[in-house]
Write a protein that binds this ligand. Structure first.
Ligand code: I3S
Length: 128
């Protein structure tokens, strides 16, 4: 059986390196500051790690690395947002608390996978 066959540890859905900038906090607009972020989708949360050195699937585990921030996906909204940046492959994630993030990758297939995976989690939470 898997190490988490009791289901008590949230499932790691996806992890990878994306470019990230926060553009609003509680509905208040912020100045863009793009930087690479190690992004981990686990359970109902999207977790951001600052340290691009810890780019392994195990880096999300408690104790291995300190998350920079974490986003609750319940009630969140996801939209493609290429009009919000000169970069390609940009989507916007808005939380119920009015925090807004842009996420971007140069790799088309990669950003589509992230978009679909995050949207699936949001949809699952909407049905609960
Ligand atoms: O939407 P903006 O304001 O054109 O975003 C650009 C700026 O944030 C820029 O920094 P300054 O605040 O120093 O102007 C960033 O370097 C750019 O990356 C931002 O635009 P893109 O199109 O890359 O999202």
């Amino acid at each position: 059986s898997s190490p988490d066959s009791d289901g008590c540890t949230p499932e790691l859905e996806k992890a990878g390196l994306l470019n990230k900038t926060k553009i609003a906090e509680g509905g208040r607009k912020l100045r863009k500051n793009w930087s690479p972020s190690w992004v981990v989708l686990v359970g109902n949360s999207l977790v951001f790690f600052k340290d691009p050195k810890s780019q392994t699937p195990s880096s999300w585990k408690p104790g291995n690395s300190r998350p920079e921030s974490s986003v609750d996906l319940r009630g969140a909204q996801l939209h493609w947002a290429n009009e919000l940046s000169s970069k390609k492959n940009v989507f916007k994630l808005r939380t119920v608390t009015g925090n807004e993030f842009l996420l971007q990758s140069e790799t088309d297939s990669l950003i589509k996978e992230w978009y679909n995976t995050i949207q699936n989690v949001i949809d699952r939470l909407d049905r609960e």
